[in-house]
Design a protein around this ligand. Structure first.
Ligand code: LUB
Length: 200
């Protein structure tokens, strides 16, 4: 990773750190946590192992960084959708459309999701998974309820837990069976059954 000599030192360090993280995310998403070594990351990043160690002291630190980087995506995604000021149900569907795209296209999201599934193998403190999304989606379903558009007998929290479970399970099955080639099709089925099923 040659940086231009004029680039401030800390910017070059930041760019190198981001490059290592992206290469590690590719490897974690492809092979899982256990088999990836820092040597693998160094080779994928076209760097020496020492250069990787300078930024990440061990594999656990790299995994923690990838998981945290993937969680950073969500508030940005939610802000972008909220700015469109859509009706409540359309907001929920649009958020999940964007999440499905992220799972299809964003290797850091794919790696973060896989590392959280394999969290018991990682000797480090990782955020509790899924609960953040249950809270996000509960808020959106409460807005649907306020608009009188939620099917009677469904609670916002219950709906949010079902959506997160269905979505996360769906993306995992798509990954295992087709490397997410059928993710768009499977997400369409989730929209038609689970999301449409919420409406009064
Ligand atoms: C979200 C991941 C990947 C769930 O909430 C979480 O923990 C998440 C990793 O655990 O995406 C998105 C429904």
């Amino acid at each position: 990773m040659a940086g231009s000599q004029s680039e401030p030192k800390q910017e070059r360090a930041w760019r190198t750190r981001a490059h290592i993280l992206q290469m590690a995310a590719e490897l974690f998403a492809e092979r899982g946590y256990a088999t990836v070594t820092l040597q693998d990351v160094a080779e994928r990043a076209s760097m020496t192992k020492g250069a990787v160690y300078f930024h990440y002291k061990n594999k656990e630190a790299l995994a923690v960084a990838v998981v945290h980087e993937h969680y950073v995506r969500w508030p940005l995604l939610l802000e972008n959708v909220a700015a469109r000021e859509l009706p409540p149900y359309e907001t929920l569907v649009t958020v999940l459309d964007r999440v499905a795209e992220a799972f299809r296209d964003d290797i850091v999201v794919q790696a973060g999701a896989r590392l959280q599934i394999e969290r018991s193998l990682i000797d480090a403190d990782l955020p509790e998974p899924y609960v953040g999304w249950e809270d996000y989606l509960t808020g959106f379903v409460k807005e649907i309820e306020k608009a009188g558009d939620l099917r009677p007998g469904i609670t916002p929290r219950g709906a949010a837990r079902v959506i997160v479970a269905a979505f996360f399970g769906m993306q995992h099955i798509s990954d295992v069976l087709s490397r997410r080639a059928d993710l768009a099709e499977r997400y369409g089925e989730l929209r038609d059954v689970v999301l449409a099923g919420l409406r009064a």
